[in-house]
Write a protein that binds this ligand. Structure first.
Ligand code: C2E
Ligand code: CA
Ligand code: CA
Length: 589
């Protein structure tokens, strides 16, 4: 309904009507759910009509009685209501307003309609009070939903970031700090997968409600999504023993997580969280950036073993940005243009002859930068790019190897690194044997290098698969031995041919007595088990001489040769063929 109209209420010209019209008028009034107040400016007549009694328990008979109406609404609405009731001219006051009735939860909308005479003087006025409680609460509910997370009652992400923005604004004016704690429940997916999403939701809800206890006193808490929460603390105390400090909050969270959450089914569930912390102005100047920084360092806490807190540090951010950029570049890398295969020769200590070569991938990105495989292979393993990259490595190295075979008589062993993800794939063996067939290479000529991480996941399954590969005739080499969960006991019975002692042992084998003892034991034990040992990363003459004296079988390292492009391997093979000198003898004499 419009506010002021020249028409009066419900099209009635007069308050007193006669006959059939009066009946109609009464009917309209009686069925109306609103309360109506009529006021005649000229006669001073005041009348209350329609559903007046259900709104107001007062009688209003003249203008003075208006005071009684003001007494019926909450204090903060009295002024506006007075304006509305007394405004005689259009434009003097608002045409409608909303007020809460005193002592009840009823909201009313008050609407004023004034009728003027030909000279623009007010003649009569009708005020209608309409119950809008239902709509008011619907609005409030919508507003609540717009700002809150339904499951936990915490702020939602959008509202949190807005609020954090206002913290930062204030902090910039008063030179204060704002801390953001980014929390993520560890292994939440496992809870969902194993116990179901209902249980997952309960955990999220209970933990969220616990975090909610930190709210207030300029600390805001939100659930971002799934099992991710964020807290914003304005001007956090530096003293780590203060409750409101980041350390204090983290301490309280750890304390809570020592006890299980009890799910409605009665199940008890323990959880842990990884937390990233970033502070304005050190980490970022803007709310969203600050949250991102906290998230990035949270990932660092996760990758460091979870159940930990990680504070913002610039190198963590730099690493993350570099990895993100590598990840993007990896997606676009065209194999034939960006990747090449290098090969690092391996020599037999016994006779100094070339035993084989390890295929090592090299990547030149579009800007011409060389990116090390130790940087991009772990990223590729995480984002799945290792599968096409691994396929390409197998195809390309076998293709190059087949070319050598055709040209030169000496038989080499081609070592190929296989990552755990490739190895686990169903089609791995099929693809490998297809490629060998395509290029006329025998499995006996190929050695697959796997790391311990492949073994630890499911020892029996992996062993079975290794046996299948061995049946085909492939050689198997255990790479980076000594760096991971190496246990000499599991070596027994493993279907491997070669064990590569990691460079970290070779680095200190001369200078450190303990390393020497361990290395010697490895070499001797491996010999007894019937495997061959490869020492990799041999850089000096002393290391070489020592390993030779220990009867290590094969040596690989910069001392003998760096990884080289295929053409340089061809030069080595040519020399072997010419029988002038074997490459090993030249180098080793
Ligand atoms: P890795 O399999 O342990 O390979 C040996 C690494 O040690 C190679 O680094 C090699 O260049 C380096 N190296 C060999 N001798 C010496 C030495 O005397 N001194 C020093 N300082 N380094 C030496 P690269 O080529 O950078 O490869 C690093 C890692 O990247 C490899 O470690 C391997 O885990 C991975 N990688 C490389 N190529 C492939 C591939 O084609 N597929 C897979 N899945 N991983 C690969
Ligand atoms: Ca290797
Ligand atoms: Ca290695």
């Amino acid at each position: 309904m419009n506010g002021n109209t020249e028409q009066g209420v419900a099209g009635q010209e007069e308050i007193s009507v006669a006959g059939g019209e009066e009946r109609m008028f009464r009917m309209i009034c009686n069925t109306s759910s609103s309360a109506i107040l009529y006021y005649n400016f000229q006669s001073g007549l005041v009348k209350t009509l329609a559903n007046w009694k259900s709104f107001f328990d007062i009688e209003v008979k003249n203008e003075e009685d208006f005071e009684k109406i003001y007494g019926c609404v909450e204090k903060q609405y009295v002024f506006s209501l007075r304006e509305l009731l007394h405004a005689e001219c259009r434009g003097l006051a608002g045409d409608s307003m909303v007020a809460a009735l005193k002592g009840s939860h009823i909201w009313v909308e008050c609407e004023a309609v004034v009728k003027y005479d030909g000279e623009g003087r007010p003649v009569e006025k009708v005020i209608r009070f309409k119950d809008i409680t239902k709509f008011k609460y619907q609005d409030e509910e919508l507003a609540y939903l717009a700002y809150h997370d339904v499951l936990t009652g915490l702020y939602n992400r959008n509202y949190f970031v807005r609020h954090l923005g206002s913290f930062i604004q204030r902090a910039s004016e008063s030179r204060k700090k704002v801390a953001v704690m980014f929390l993520d429940i560890d292994d939440f997916r496992k809870i969902n997968d194993v116990l179901g999403i209902i249980v997952g939701d309960e955990v999220v809800q209970q933990f969220g409600q616990f975090l909610g206890t930190f709210r207030g006193g300029e600390t805001i808490v939100s659930r971002f999504n799934s099992d991710v929460y964020c807290m914003g603390i304005y001007d956090p105390p530096d003293d780590p023993w203060e409750e409101r400090s980041v350390e204090g909050i983290y301490r309280a969270i750890r304390e809570r997580l020592r006890k299980p959450f009890i799910i409605s089914s009665g199940q008890e569930l323990m959880i842990s969280v990884s937390v990233g912390v970033a502070e304005y102005p050190e980490a970022a100047k803007d709310a969203m950036e600050l949250v991102n920084c906290a998230e990035i360092v949270m990932f660092k806490a996760k990758s460091g073993g979870k159940n930990a807190i990680q504070y913002f540090k610039v190198p963590i951010l730099d690493d993350f940005l570099q990895n993100a950029s590598i990840e993007n570049k990896l997606k676009e890398a065209a194999f034939h243009e960006n990747f090449v295969m290098y090969f690092q020769p391996q020599y037999r200590v016994r006779d100094g002859k070339l035993r084989g070569a390890e295929a090592l991938i090299r990547w030149k990105d579009d800007d011409g930068n060389m990116i090390s495989p130790s940087v991009f292979i772990p990223i590729a393993e995480k984002n799945g790019a290792i599968v096409p990259i691994g396929d390409w490595v197998i195809e390309e190295s076998i293709r190059i190897y087949a070319g050598w075979k055709k040209k030169y008589s000496s038989s080499l062993i081609l070592s190929i690194n296989v990552s755990a993800i490739q190895y686990k794939r169903e089609d791995f063996v099929g693809k490998l044997t297809d490629t060998l067939e395509k290029y006329g290479v025998k499995p006996e000529e190929v050695e697959l290098e796997i790391t311990e991480s492949v073994l630890i996941e499911d020892f029996e399954e992996v062993t079975d698969k290794l046996l299948v590969l061995k049946d085909y005739g492939f050689k198997i080499s255990l790479d980076d031995f000594g760096t991971g969960y190496s246990s000499l006991s599991y070596l027994k019975g493993l279907p491997i041919d070669t064990l590569k002692i990691d460079k970290s042992f070779i680095d200190t084998v001369i200078s450190d007595y303990n390393t020497r003892i361990i290395t010697e034991s490895i070499i001797h034990m491996v010999k007894r088990l019937g495997y061959e040992t490869v020492a990799e990363g041999v850089e000096t003459k002393e290391q070489y001489a020592y390993l030779k004296s220990m009867e290590c079988d094969i040596i690989q390292g910069y001392f003998l040769s760096r990884p080289i492009p295929p053409e340089q391997v061809e030069e080595l093979l040519e020399r072997v063929d010419d029988r002038r000198n074997c490459a090993g003898n030249v180098l080793l004499c």
